[in-house]
Design a protein around this ligand. Structure first.
Ligand code: PRP
Ligand code: MN
Ligand code: MG
Length: 182
């Protein structure tokens, strides 16, 4: 275990198992909608990329993957509430069945912004797959069709999740020791 991590919440195996289940659910749910054109999986850089890249390989349907980069946290531990688009999609999603693949819903502000933004482009449908949903006192009301795990309100890193851009490469999700960010 990394020296800055106090506890592993979801092991590499836990993550692989759950991602496989979500992929199977999406495959079943979108079998008809996918048709020949396929669905569009939107990976939200940077945190959502690890989950998205594992997830698409567990979806047995024609699909396109595209990337959008947004940031609300910068190097802070709390959401600023202001979401900035750093890179937009290359795909025109009008009339397409779109799934947003995100690593975590914390305040929910990132996804609230993203859903509103993507809905304005008139997709045929829009759903969210979030690997983690944090149990916080206050969270925007996000309609999330696929949730990997509920997680405690602690500062967590790994499997795409960072603190100041570090730890994204850990193969598991763990709790960051408070002395690292205090
Ligand atoms: C993190 C995380 C989610 C978002 C969740 O991204 O990857 O996108 O915050 O928080 P929220 O529900 O409170 O909005 P961040 O802004 O840190 O950018 P990153 O993905 O590049 O790390
Ligand atoms: Mn993110
Ligand atoms: Mg981050």
């Amino acid at each position: 275990m990394h020296k800055d991590v106090s506890e592993i919440l979801f092991s590499e195996q836990d993550l692989a198992n759950r991602v496989r289940e979500i992929g199977a659910n999406i495959t079943a749910d979108y079998a008809e909608a996918a048709g020949e054109t396929g669905i569009v999986v939107v990976s939200i850089l940077r945190g959502g990329a690890v989950f998205a890249c594992d997830l698409i390989r567990q979806i047995d349907l024609p699909l396109e993957v595209d990337f959008m980069a947004v940031s609300s946290y910068g190097n802070e531990t709390k959401s600023s509430g202001v979401v900035r688009i750093l890179k937009d999609l290359s795909t025109d999603i009008q009339g397409r069945h779109v799934i947003i693949a995100e690593d975590i819903i914390d305040s929910g502000l990132t996804l609230r912004y993203l859903m509103e933004n993507l809905l304005s482009r008139k997709p045929a449908s829009l759903t969210v797959a979030a690997l983690l949903r944090k149990n916080t006192a206050v969270q925007a009301d996000i309609d999330c069709r696929y949730v990997g795990f509920e997680c405690p309100d602690e500062f967590i890193v790994g499997y795409g999740l960072d603190y100041a851009e570090h730890y994204r490469n850990l193969p598991y999700i763990g709790v960051l020791k408070p002395e690292i960010y205090q």
